[in-house]
Design a protein around this ligand. Sequence first.
Ligand SMILES: [Zn+2]
Ligand SMILES: [Zn+2]
Length: 749
Amino acid sequence: MGAVTKLADGQLCPNPRCGQNNPRSVTVCPKCGTEQRQLLGKGTVLKGHYRIESVLGCGGFGAVYKATDLRTGKFVAVKENRQHRTFVRFAQEANLLTLLNHRHLPRVHETFLDTVTGKAYLVTDYVEGETLELFVRRKGKLTWGEAKPIFEALVDAVLYLHERGVVHRDIKPANIIIVAPASEQFSVPDLYSLKRLAFSKHLRRGKKLIQHFVKGSSTGNGFIALERGSNRLAGVWSDEISGQRWHLWVRLSGSKVKGWWCECSEGQSGKMCIHLLALLALYCEEPSVFTPVADAPSPPVALVDFGVAKVMEPVNPSRPHSSSVVAWTDGFSPPEQYRSDIEVDSKTDQYSLAATLFFALTGEMPEDALTRLERACKGEPTLPPKLPEIPDAVWEAINRALSLDPQQRFLSLNDFWKAACGGEAKSPKISKVSVKEPLRALVSQLRHRVPFLTPSHSLSGHTDTVSAVVFSPNSLILASGSFDRTVRLWDFHDMRQLRVLKGHEDSVLAVVFSEDGRRLGSASADKTVRLWHLGEENAVVTLHGHNEAVLTIANSPCGEFFATGSADGMVRLFGWKDGHLVWRSEPLGAFVNALAFSPDGKLLAFGCADGVVGFLSTRDGKRVKQLCETGLSITTLAFSPDGLYLAVGGEGLGVQLWHLQERRIVRTIHPKLLGSRGWVNALAFSPDSQLIATASMDEVVRIWKVVNGKLLRTLKGHKGWVTAVAFSPDGKWLASGSSDKTIRLWRLT
Ligand SMILES: [Zn+2]
Ligand SMILES: [Zn+2]
């Protein structure tokens, strides 16, 4: 097998949920609108044996790919380090990781510098499963009985790392994978059918071969290594005459052959060769000659990304042995991790693991360390009251491990775990967190480091209330609609107005971009919808049909349709291409104020002035179910991009966050508006589903954390009602529109 990298055509889209392999010339994914980053193309084979299948994630340091190790058929995770640093140091640190072997840590297979791509790579086990974060969000908080086996395994893994001088530095629910038990059972097609296959395909040679293996003869051509993983069989075949060795494998699911590979010429042309048949036949007859191999960490859990942050980060030449980038995760990193001049140690992991346990047992994200510090300075409690179902010993251990001062935490993770399990006869009573001067100083030092929103700039041009703002899918252009009857396009980076789209005969009430960014739909009080073909076509189609003002418009994620809701109580679905009417709903009984497509494109949620929220099937517009009847007018709706929630805003409701599967309200955001005469005009989820922005009557934009409903930021500047709000798809900008006729842009850093 040649050890040379072969680049495949194209580049994978960095969005793991997209999966598109685009031409290299493309800068924005035509399917999902994500900016392309010249990632490897699907089918690229690195170092002669890692075949790139898909993107698992993409971060600051580079991408993580799912790949097949062509020698064994195992899936692996390949982390690419695109930042420039000396390979020697990368290899030294990463090679230490290859020595680690623990049943709850993925194995680090190897690191290498690829001369073709010029980048460094780290190859680890691929772990299939759900992150603890999603698991808890989906299932709700865990009982101590449920959490204990998971955390027992995690503590064991982290202690193993600490004993070897490795600090994880990034323990959080997203780095913990609940490993699905591997189905130990798989079968191969029975010998009879294999023989038939072999006879028909390979005539005498096949027959002879299979007889040869079934009889277990060991002379002549044959396998010199055989292994059996969770869903695959692999072997190395030695050819007596040529002296060549070939790697081969079959991947199975149930008794179906899902894929195969053999290095012989027949196998390379994509055919099921005699070696593969022999491998299957041998497993039928003599499964015991295959060495079982654990393909991934054991259930219940795997801790991923250990040591990776350190290996992947660039080096500060003046302080080569310490961490030069300040990297943290709000809620899970202790205060000392927010500083660049402190080398983190095992107490950092203790804090993070305790915060993770807090999350598992309460279902709530812990507050970030800086907010906790500020609270401590004011003498306020830094953690919420204990839930009655959490055992005292566990809660006390969590409290102590979450001490803001590292000195007050347990000496080791082992002590933490013993205390949590009640093994420590009496945990010393922790006096109220003493906020020492250094901590106070830390607060002021760190405040400016907290990344969030830099002061806004505003776009002026509209001559009346801005009713709608929306970003183009590539996040480069902003479109706005206004009561001044125009739609405007802005290059908001340069604060420049690009175009004014005129034609509507009354206020524009809503605007939406098509998935490819080439078309724009606008809804107006003039009872029409206009479909603007941007770019070269530069044409406009006026769509009639609604009998009253068109109040809202929404784009379908499939990219083909958009829906409009009107004061005539009906919803219409149009095709983007030429504006043809696909269907029209039955009358819904009241003004349709808000519409939103579910991320899977199957449902269209509607919110009406009579307080009804329900769903239409996008296939035919039939009403399929009702979510609630609030009795108060609904003003705005949005699905979280991860599909877990529907946020409903309305008069006196605040924002109700509905868990879609459980069909219940999990929390209320903006509770001050409950029962009041105030309401949320518009709301938007951030692309990562973590934040909600709300626009309300009090001239303020607010940003809330979805996970706990807490208010994160209050953005002031508008001098009138805030009427519209939108996140850019790349997550870098927030835009708001107001009755003060301006649009404001808020940079999220
Ligand atoms: Zn894409
Ligand atoms: Zn072969």
